[in-house]
Design a protein around this ligand. Structure first.
Ligand code: ZN
Length: 101
């Protein structure tokens, strides 16, 4: 079980090496969406998101970058922030998921 986890982690590190992770965080911090950042490093956006499953710290770093790079003129934490402004910051994602919207 532990070996499998280690193997998955190794595979994920090879697919999305630290150099590219740093680059993605940098781009997102400057206002790129995860999709834009993925395109810039030539990876499917899914690779960026799926890493959170094996590396919870990654999600935290990505969220921090999203908060730093989000546009000030978007109504964050509302469904339209996510839907119309394509903001993926943690607040907009939460509003998007909320059934009350
Ligand atoms: Zn937002």
């Amino acid at each position: 079980m532990l070996d499998l986890r280690r193997w998955r982690r190794k595979r994920a590190d090879e697919r999305f090496p630290v150099k590219l992770r740093t680059r993605v965080l940098q781009l997102v911090r400057r206002g790129a969406t995860p999709a834009d950042a993925a395109r810039a490093v030539d990876l499917p956006v899914q690779t960026i998101h799926s890493r959170s499953r094996i590396d919870p710290a990654w999600q935290a770093r990505l969220d921090k970058a999203l908060m730093a790079g989000r546009r000030p003129d978007v109504p964050h934490g509302t469904p339209s922030g996510y839907r119309y402004h394509k903001c993926h910051c943690p607040e907009c994602r939460a509003a998007h998921r909320s059934p009350a919207s």
